[in-house]
Design a protein around this ligand. Structure first.
Ligand code: TMP
Length: 234
């Protein structure tokens, strides 16, 4: 595969066209680390590779249809080209982060069942929480598509949580993004990594991006532990 023009550069990834394959793109994972809508920034060597490897492992393991085609080099991934739905889909097994803060609950508060949430992906608005009715009436998705997304996200949650528990980890929450191929097939896209999940050890130690957000130190070690433990569970 030959990389061609840069299509898009985000905070943590670059997306390139693939020479002679208009239905594929080449994603390069960068070493950048950002939080709080880019207000806090850092990086560490090897982060791009760890996030590519973690995402690749999960995309190949999960049964939900997704965009992964193959890994490319140290930090690249060839994926299906998708037209992205502008929603951030979050599933929570315990309250932590923004929803815990909103309701003044302690991080780690248990929930009676997994909580499915939607956020509108628009950084200039701070990715606001939205209802599924808002997503439909404002034209970002359809009821049928949101039902399908919810089924897929909850299945990811079941499989990913079970994988974590095999190696004494607990999946607290995660964010997914979805898109459609030119033929209209709905696929799980973007990445699933320590950047987009909260994963704690069963003793309550945070291993994910909260180590960076909350200045807990040993960020790289946390990302590495997530990847290595998940790999050993498969
Ligand atoms: P939150 O508690 O900040 O709403 O985040 C919920 C989960 O979604 C958490 O695992 C981090 C992830 N997430 C992203 O991957 N990207 C984002 O832009 C946001 C806001 C959250």
């Amino acid at each position: 595969m030959q990389k061609s023009d840069l299509i898009y550069e985000g905070k943590c990834k670059k997306i390139f066209k693939v020479e002679g394959a208009s239905d594929k793109v080449w994603m390069e994972f960068k070493d950048n680390l950002t939080a709080y809508n880019n207000k806090k920034k850092s990086s560490f060597t090897g982060k791009g590779r760890l996030n590519r490897d973690t995402s690749s492992l999960l995309f190949q393991y999960l049964s939900v249809s997704n965009h992964w085609v193959k890994d490319q080099g140290e930090t690249g991934m060839i994926t299906q080209s998708l037209s992205m739905i502008p929603l951030e889909v979050v599933v929570r097994n315990r309250l932590a982060g923004s929803t815990a803060k909103k309701f003044q609950k302690k991080d780690g508060t248990p929930l009676s069942s997994p909580l499915f949430e939607l956020y509108y992906k628009d950084e200039s608005l701070g990715d606001p929480f939205i209802s599924s009715e808002q997503a439909v009436v404002l034209g970002w998705s359809s009821i049928e598509e949101i039902d399908q997304i919810k089924t897929m996200a909850l299945l990811v949650n079941e499989e990913f949580s079970a994988l974590c528990s095999k190696v004494n980890l607990e999946l607290i929450d995660f964010k997914l993004e979805f898109g459609k191929t030119s033929k209209g097939e709905l696929l799980l896209g973007d990445e699933i990594s320590a950047d987009s999940c909260r994963i704690w050890t069963t003793k309550g130690k945070r291993l994910d991006k909260d180590r960076f957000r909350l200045d807990l130190g040993n960020v790289k070690e946390g990302y590495q532990e997530i990847y290595e433990k998940l790999k050993s569970a498969i």
